[in-house]
Design a protein around this ligand. Sequence first.
Ligand code: AMP
Length: 398
Amino acid sequence: MKVLVINCGSSSLKYQFMDTDDQIVLAKGLIERIGMSGAILTHKRSDGDTVRIVGEILDHTLAIQYVLGVLLSKNHGVIQDRKEIDAVGHRVAHGGETFSSSVLLTNEVMQAIEDNVELAPLHNPANIKGILAVKNILPDVPQCCVFDTAFHVKMPAKAFLYGIPYELYKRYKIRRYGFHGTSHLFVSKKAAEILGQAPEELKIITLHLGNGCSMTAVDGGKSVDTTMGFTPLEGLLMGTRTGDIDPSVVLYIMGKEGLSLSEITTLLNKHSGLAGVSGESSDMREIVEAVKNNHVRAKYAFDMFCYRAKKYIGSYAAAMGGVDAIVFTGGIGENSSDVREEICKGLEFLGIELDEEKNSKRETDLSKSGSRVKILRIPTNEELVIALDTARIVSESK
Ligand code: AMP
């Protein structure tokens, strides 16, 4: 089946056009600056042919039209007829408590996504725009929704409840949801495959370390705890986000600096984390470089980043009563041997023993031969999960 995978942001749209039978990407691309002057579409075909188109792309419907245009284009396209698109799969940020797996788009599903807008005011509206745009332009093509929260929705109550009055959970759905679910699910399954065991037999800790960072305790193939919470702000230190923080600090800063709700939200989400602590950069590559040049604040940021991940490994090993494997993924997790080394250092007592040579050579299995816990480096592939889920659901619905 040929599936168009779409990931809509408020002013961007990422897409991949995949053949799910062979699991190959036929073409992929990105539109930036939707609704602004000088929007840019970058389109890349699997044979390497790349094209950049600059235009006025005023909304997501026009963006989808551009994507169709380039997929059909004589010089840069991969299909001759729009009928060759069998289905569309959307990444949807927040499924609330409604969705614990991917679903076919129906009117009820659309309503539920709209009902969850309050939980993800920045992301779900963009996803809705993408879905409506496809509905407009390709009305007969079935669409599926794959939720970032779905993998975590069935965590036990002791892991998802906050220590606030229970009525507030019931009234406003304030609970821990977790994000990056598609990635954690993908790499934990892949880890089981690599280890030649069933996911049901394994206790795995997955570390998705990218611009956003989260970790998940995957026990028997299920997410039993994860570091992100009500929003993607909780948990690990990230590029520009604080991660865990005493809520009193937030109130204190607001009082001292006279910040409004939106100003403190920006401070916690956009000016904190690696960027805020180091004063240098939100990019781990630049942090690592600065550490090598003895930049003191960059060293604080690097150490905090790794220390917090290390603490969560200990905490999730305790939560699951053991750990068989830890998995590194995401831009930092896949690429930074320095970060992996620092996180694993001192965890030998848990049976986590990193092989320095394999780590620097970026192999898949990074553990020493006698290490009780396997340490794996697995590139994530959320688009593949979305495409395969979409193909399965659409086939089953026929
Ligand atoms: P992602 O959000 O998964 O695309 O990850 C993006 C982040 O990965 C960037 O902000 C970089 O900090 C980080 N990254 C990519 N390559 C490297 C590398 N070689 N070393 C350290 N960090 C890297």
